[in-house]
Design a protein. Structure first.
Length: 306
């Protein structure tokens, strides 16, 4: 399942790569697609992730997943902020973002189902919900550091963190989840269709961005390997060590640990494009970490079940 999912990602990247080479996408086109994903597709993904089939009787374990997800993201932020504090700002922001945020949605759902069964999907939904909250709060604040010559006021920064498409989508999704009735099927189906565009469009943007590099360029730069190493090995190993030492080896912890081991989030490139960060570095980390995850994810899965 892991190899199949990774191969699918590469096919999507290849489409973007070919579109750029054939001049079907230029810089303006890439930015337009990025804005579409950021402001429409991603919010729909968030709303659709609030699965109404999740029973309230599972609340205790779901709360555990949420706590584990908050802890994992919090530790990742603290660790990466310290380790990358001396790096150039444009590279620093991407390395921190790629370290903190994993591809827990697109790859997490099918991999968790293949390893732990269909019931695991409700737990993944909660983890993804926490991921989205961090992405649209801390992630936005991180990548917008230094924009407009550092003239943005603290009030404006807080407003951007709280009133953006992602956080609004989280609020809408939560309300829809707790309401005693569902959205009309016509509307919910449209939201799901738009949400399904998120990963394909994100990976097409990655492929189109990588088209400006040669084959050697894909693997160049120590930062690419540092970011991939942190995302795929350092953080998952720290989580597993904590799990073993604290003897928190329950099902919610296993789910959270697996999702923490996913490669860099595809939207790393989308957010980098939106905030004029190092898009090439973001694209290379997403590419390399996805390639290497074909080896690291099975190892993590075996450690979790040991």
């Amino acid at each position: 399942m892991a190899l199949s999912r990774i191969f699918s990602i590469f096919l999507l990247m290849a489409v973007g790569y070919g579109a750029r080479k054939e001049k079907l996408l230029d810089e303006n086109g890439i930015r337009a697609v990025s804005n579409l994903v950021l402001n429409i597709a991603l919010p729909c993904t968030i709303i659709s992730s609030f699965d109404r089939s999740i029973p309230f009787s599972a609340a205790k374990d779901l709360i555990k997943v949420a706590i584990y997800a908050i802890a994992i993201h919090g530790i990742s932020i603290a660790l990466s902020e310290i380790l990358f504090s001396k790096m150039e700002r444009t590279k620093q922001k991407i390395l921190i973002y790629a370290t903190v945020f994993s591809n827990c949605g697109f790859m997490g759902f099918p991999l968790a189902e293949s390893i732990f069964g269909h019931s695991s999907l409700m737990y993944v939904s909660i983890y993804v919900m926490i991921f989205n909250i961090f992405t649209w709060s801390y992630g936005v604040a991180l990548l917008s550091r230094g924009e407009n010559g550092d003239q943005r006021t603290k009030k404006t920064q807080i407003k951007d963190m709280l009133l953006n498409p992602g956080i609004i989508a989280v609020a809408i999704g939560f309300v829809l989840w707790i309401l005693p009735f569902s959205m009309p099927q016509t509307i919910s189906y449209a939201v799901v269709l738009i949400a399904n565009c998120t990963t394909p469009l994100s990976m097409i943007v990655v492929g189109a961005t990588l088209a400006s590099l040669g084959v050697k360029g894909l693997f160049s730069g120590m930062e690419v390997w540092i970011g991939s190493f942190m995302r795929l090995l350092v953080l998952p190993i720290l989580v597993i060590i904590f799990m073993k030492i604290s003897k928190q080896n329950d099902f919610p912890m296993q789910i959270a640990s697996l999702l923490a081991a996913m490669p860099a989030a595809a939207q790393t490139v989308i957010f980098a494009e939106r905030h004029d960060a190092d898009v090439l570095l973001a694209s290379k980390i997403v590419f390399i970490s996805t390639v290497l995850s074909a080896v690291t994810i099975p190892i993590v899965a075996q450690l979790l079940q040991a």
